[in-house]
Design a protein around this ligand. Structure first.
Ligand SMILES: *Cc1c(COP(=O)(O)O)cnc(C)c1O
Length: 224
């Protein structure tokens, strides 16, 4: 696990770039999460619902939990009472269900749309055309999405050692983010998060305008 001095250094570097940090704690112990919590960190990311709920119950209640994995519609209800930000919305059906659960819990739930660029077809997320379709539907029916706020996009670069490819992917995501902001959210000041960058590519992501990085193994060490 990272040393406290190095962690504080990392946070300082990110702050200088106006970039937030989600510490990705999937498969990491409660002890390690608590250590980061004691160093003042509050944003943690998980990608399995059951693991997230168990950690939520066991850890301090002022932690801001981020859901970053693929989310099944029938599991939204378990995280709706407390989730801070859902990064992985990839369908209209899921958007509807999150809104419904948000109403049931009398809250507004912030979400990101998971976008997808590049040509690996193993990943979740919406391509440009699908993103446009979803946002058009959302815009037409905004009254029926009373308890949801779309705060931006989340994306992953191609899983490769090729830095040029990674930079190209981040540039594409940044362009899609700017275009969609102009087209659908120019008067919404909450649409401002472009979440990209993980342990192996967050430096490139920051250079390309990421506002929130998701870092797991570089902070916690290898997952158990
Ligand atoms: C696991 C995961 C991360 C963190 O990956 P690291 O390489 O450990 O930093 C980031 N984003 C998503 C969506 C993940 O599933």
């Amino acid at each position: 696990m990272i040393q406290q001095g190095d962690f504080i250094e990392l946070k300082k570097r990110l702050e200088e770039k106006n970039t937030g940090l989600v510490a990705v704690s999937k498969f990491q112990s409660l002890e390690k999460i608590h250590t980061l919590y004691d160093w003042g960190h509050r944003d943690f990311g998980e990608n399995y619902v059951q693991e997230l709920v168990e950690k939520y119950e066991a850890l301090p209640k002022d932690i801001r939990w981020h859901f970053i994995g693929h989310l099944q519609t029938n599991k939204v209800k378990y995280i709706a009472p407390f989730i801070h930000l859902i990064h992985s919305v990839d369908s209209y059906k899921l958007l509807k269900e999150i809104n419904k659960q948000a109403i049931l819990h009398a809250r507004t739930i912030d979400v990101l749309i998971q976008i997808y660029v590049g040509d690996e077809n193993t990943k979740y997320g919406l391509d440009e055309k699908e993103t446009l379709e979803l946002l058009s539907l959302y815009e037409q029916q905004q009254e029926s999405f009373s308890n949801i706020r779309i705060c931006g996009f989340m994306g992953m670069a191609t899983n490769t050692e090729n830095i040029q490819q990674i930079v190209k992917d981040f540039k594409e995501m940044d362009a899609l983010f700017s275009n969609m902001k102009l087209q659908f959210f120019y008067n919404h000041n909450h649409f401002k998060i472009l979440c990209m960058g993980m342990s192996n590519d967050f430096n490139e992501a920051i250079e390309q305008g990421s506002s929130l990085v998701r870092i797991g193994s570089s902070i916690f060490g290898n997952r158990q």
